[in-house]
Design a protein. Structure first.
Length: 362
């Protein structure tokens, strides 16, 4: 007698067709959240709270895709349809985020989601699809290695946290604390004060700030996963840091410094205190975020703090007959605008930055 050959379950699944559909907020929210939470490469920016905050603040249309084999999710791709006054139509995964892109179980699922995104891009005449995957999900497509991220493990005890910083950075943090008698407070109620410092810093950096409403929406969507940290000197706020909490990782994301305080080592100090809070609250990793490789100031600052870069494997699709937009702050085409921006009063840069942010998706 010839017995039937047993086919492994995973092999059987791979023979089933993959169907891609757009996210249904009422029917798909729980399964989307479960899939992202279980995927090893899932980020905060793949989660639905980020979708909610971006949509409510900027009005961009979400185009979230789900790939299924029968009733089982095998991949997701969150995107937003950006109608930019400076770059025309874009699909971005994810806007205002350092990570994003395709999450999938296998290469076939990733490729199917990618092709579905291209179909949407053709349908709406989008100029580009921007996929901000830390690790490329599409092995046959080129990567855009313009940015790096900086991550490392945190020590087990608070006493060892200063050793994370290199000697000079550690000395700068200590000097700032002792010379200026700095105090630190973690206070989500200080979001408005933090935003004032953040928008001041963005003007100094000649970059548009995000509107205050975005921070309010993030606080409402993320709750206690948005950590607001303030540093005071002589009772006055001189620095603030907004940090995302994701799984076992601290991700300091928005920094605000009052340059008028002229405190050497202030930025080193605030990051050191953030790491100490993280260790005290059982976080194990510190994600220093991304920096452009050509932005030597930010790039070298993180290296000098003791963090080594990992190149991000972003990927991009450009529609036939179109060229990708140049939205990099370091581009020579924006040099004059950047010089002008630094000289404008905050009463102009704050609302204008919020307006421009709708067209420049970070």
């Amino acid at each position: 007698m010839i017995r039937d050959r047993m086919i492994p379950r995973e092999s059987l699944r791979s023979t089933l067709p993959i169907v891609v559909s757009e996210f249904d907020p009422e029917a798909d929210a729980p399964s989307w959240s479960d899939y992202v939470a279980a995927h090893p490469d899932g980020t905060l920016f793949h989660e639905l709270p980020w979708k909610r905050a971006v949509a409510r603040t900027f009005g961009h249309r979400p185009r979230y895709l789900i790939a299924r084999r029968v009733d089982r999710i095998v991949g997701v791709l969150p995107m937003f349809d950006i109608r930019s006054v400076v770059a025309s139509r874009l699909l971005v995964s994810m806007p205002y985020a350092i990570y994003g892109g395709i999450l999938a179980d296998d290469a076939e699922s990733a490729e199917t989601l990618y092709n579905a995104a291209i179909s949407i891009a053709s349908e709406i005449d989008a100029r580009m699809i921007d996929l901000r995957s830390p690790i490329a999900a599409l092995p046959d497509e080129p990567t855009i290695e313009s940015h790096a991220t900086f991550r490392r493990e945190l020590p087990a005890s608070i006493e060892d946290v200063p050793q994370v910083l290199r000697r000079k950075a550690r000395a700068a943090a200590r000097q700032a604390e002792k010379k200026h008698v700095l105090t630190t407070r973690f206070d989500s109620g200080a979001l408005d004060v933090f935003w004032q410092l953040y928008s001041r810093s963005m003007r100094r950096l000649a970059s548009p700030n995000y509107p205050f409403r975005f921070f309010e929406e993030l606080r409402d969507a993320l709750g206690d996963r948005l950590l607001v940290q303030m540093v005071h000197c002589d009772g006055k706020p001189v620095a603030g840091l907004a940090t995302f909490l994701h799984r076992d990782t601290l991700m300091p994301y928005f920094l605000g410094l009052d340059e008028r305080a002229e405190i050497y080592g202030l930025s080193h100090f605030i990051y050191l205190k953030c790491m100490e809070w993280g260790v005290e609250n059982n976080f194990r990793r510190f994600d220093f975020g991304r920096s452009r490789r050509d932005n030597k100031g930010a790039f070298d600052f993180k290296r000098h703090c003791g963090f080594e870069p990992t190149i991000l494997q972003y990927q991009r699709y450009t529609a036939p007959g179109k060229i990708p937009p140049d939205l990099s702050p370091g581009s020579a085409k924006w040099a004059v605008a950047r010089r002008v921006w630094r000289g404008l009063p905050l009463a102009i840069t704050r609302p204008l930055g919020g307006w421009l942010a709708k067209s420049i998706p970070g």
